[in-house]
Design a protein around this ligand. Structure first.
Ligand code: NAP
Length: 262
């Protein structure tokens, strides 16, 4: 058995597994022999992915077609999971919005904060307890390059991502005594459906979901936080050497370039 599987157990839960980075986590973890629970809204996508992964990798895959913004999502999800022990949790589902704060709606921001911040917090509370009992597990949070500075014209989204980064890094410290590894995964622009949903672009040096997932699996258990890609690493580090005023102003200028004005 490979070392990764040995360390993180049999069952992984991936939220937002019907597309993009989540779908790539599903492919990679299945290739490493993990059984998977795949959560997202689009049932057809999940069923197709389940069939492909079971055929290609001889693993068990459970589709969990549900809306993580619905009132009863935790009950629905835990009913589908039954007594399977989730030992690797990938808190990936999320969406963004690019545009002036004032042009967005409070309702959209509320949904974003719930999906990007509250849902991962609730799922982590739920699934970490059995991991603690078994003294074994891993949890990955999808933060972002925009978690390194306030980023105008995607202001609420960047605030949700710094939440993920801080939650992950704090838990990295708190949970290591239970042999549970936590990672804040910080991709920059990555080509997925994200751009379409957020009215954005993947920027000048886009990465692939495959590269992001490789970065994550290499870093889990070795560090609390990782930035995917050299160019993105440079941007993340550069914020340490200039004032917050200059950082946010530059971030605003760069972000405006990413914003697709119609
Ligand atoms: N792509 C980037 O440039 C980038 C950069 C930094 C960080 N990230 C982060 O990476 C994560 C994954 O994004 P991605 O780029 O892979 O985007 P994506 O291709 O749009 O995938 C988003 C996933 O989340 C699921 N999802 C959305 N709303 C949901 C809901 N209410 N309930 C259940 N599932 C829901 C979607 O599935 P359904 O539509 O089927 O529900 C989909 O599977 C996000 O947290 C994002 O913030 C992305």
């Amino acid at each position: 058995m490979n070392q990764f599987k040995l360390k993180y157990g049999d069952w992984a839960l991936i939220t937002g597994a019907s597309a993009g980075i989540g779908e790539e986590f599903a492919n990679k973890l299945a290739s490493l022999g993990f059984n998977l629970v795949l959560a997202a809204r689009r049932k057809d996508r999940l069923s197709k992915l389940k069939d492909e992964l079971e055929k290609n990798y001889n693993v068990e895959v459970v589709a969990a077609p549900l809306d993580l913004l619905s009132e009863n999502y935790l009950k629905e999800l835990t009913q589908i999971i039954g007594d399977r022990h989730i030992s690797l949790l990938v808190n990936n589902a999320g969406f963004g919005y690019r545009g002036e704060f004032l042009d967005g709606s409070a309702y959209n921001d509320e949904k974003m904060i719930k999906l990007n911040c509250i849902v991962p917090t609730v799922l982590t509370h739920h699934f970490v307890k059995p991991m603690i009992e078994k003294r074994k597990g891993g949890i990955i949070f999808l933060a972002s390059l925009v978690a390194f500075q306030a980023t105008p014209t995607t202001t609420t989204y960047s605030a949700t991502k710094v939440f993920n980064a801080f939650l992950a890094e704090g838990l990295w410290y708190e949970l290591k005594k239970y042999n549970i590894d936590v990672l804040s995964l910080n991709p920059g622009g990555t080509i997925t459906e994200f751009q379409q949903v957020a009215n954005s672009t993947a920027g000048p040096m886009p990465r692939t979901a495959k590269q992001v997932v490789e970065t994550a699996l290499k870093a889990l258990g070795k560090k609390p936080s990782v930035v995917d890609g050299l160019y993105n690493k440079f941007l993340a580090v550069s914020t340490r050497f200039i004032s917050r005023r200059l950082t946010v102003s530059l971030a605003g200028k760069i972000s405006e370039l990413f914003y697709k004005k119609h």
